[in-house]
Design a protein around this ligand. Sequence first.
Ligand code: MG
Length: 159
Amino acid sequence: MKIKIGIGYDIHRLQEGKKLILGGVQIPFPKGLAGHSDGDCLVHAIIDALLGAAGEGDIGHFFPDTDPRYKDIQSTKLLEVVMTHIRKKKGSIHHIDCIIIAEAPKIGPHVAEMKQILCPLLQVGPDDLGIKAKTNEGIGPVGQAEAIAALANALLVWE
Ligand code: MG
């Protein structure tokens, strides 16, 4: 048995005319996250953490943004593909911890719903997925609400 850790980071620009999707949850807000997919930077950070713990490439390697199949795709669908890949390699998730960095909207009220969506996909219990939210104290593009960023750590066990 091997235990491996992975780290993931992502940031997406906020833009008018897009739905805001974070952790698979649609959050009421006047702007959404730009991107080839639905722009869900939390799920993208989790995917990169999982791929890191698998010793593999990153999300762009698995799902190139030049591929029309992934245009506007729900990021949770990409997560499903990565989880299938990890199970095939006889991996399972021990724990994931994440931080969302957003000046607005307030993330806290949506964390329970994010867990409801993500825990079954990740095959972990609610205590094995940490989702925290912070602001950037008004500093930089994230602090000016021009973008939302996310960080994730994943601890995986391999048979
Ligand atoms: Mg991304």
